[in-house]
Design a protein around this ligand. Sequence first.
Ligand code: ZN
Length: 135
Amino acid sequence: MIQRIDHLGIAVRSLDAAIPIFEKLLGRPCDGIEIVESQKVKTAFFHVGEVAIELLEPTDASGPIAKFLENKGVGLHHLALATDATDAELSRVTQAGIKAIDQAPREGAHGKQIAFLHPKSTSGVLVELCSPPEG
Ligand code: ZN
């Protein structure tokens, strides 16, 4: 079941430049930085109520965020929806006709189970399903 919006992902060229901007905007310090090797990104999180803002800086030119910056520039990258079980929700939406980028959940930031859906089947918005780490 989809529970709420979990976070919004924003692609940036430099966390060193973007973090102070969001600290000023939100009036609070960044909650933490994490490198996600599988995505070739360094992330910085800000929690705003129940929703987080995730800044994404590429760590490698071959990764998806580097490609996104090359094609579209900085800005909103994805909308993440919290679910109790990413695998079950991925099956539900793909059976309903939505195309997935990930055919099975994988590990994202904070050890969460994540899966991306194809923006061509979700009105141009890259959607991430995410659920708490297993176990
Ligand atoms: Zn995300």
